[in-house]
Design a binder for this molecule. Sequence first.
Ligand SMILES: [Zn+2]
Length: 116
Amino acid sequence: MKYFTDEGDFDGQMHKMDPKLLDMLDALREKFGYPIVLNSHYRSPEHPIEAKKAKPGEHAYGAAVDIKCVGGEATFKLVKAAIEIGFTRIGISRKNNFVHVGIGYPDAPPMTIWTY
Ligand SMILES: [Zn+2]
């Protein structure tokens, strides 16, 4: 990857991520134009957030990341860039200052946006 490292950004878990997601994340960073900090990337099905779901979600497939994002203007620009790059599953938390971008997993709605 051009903008992200396994140890610095993925805590050594980059091999668990979908290669398509990684390519799109680099492209998103390029288009967004500002540094991107990941709050969350791969989560095992046993991770507390995944374990309380009916089934493990997108992070357990290595098919999503949560990007730190503060403020309405930055959130607008990040979401706009994410849509332009081709992310089709986007979750926005203004309260907790992050944007989830994902590429989907089996049986998930392929195109959706939600808030937290
Ligand atoms: Zn997420």
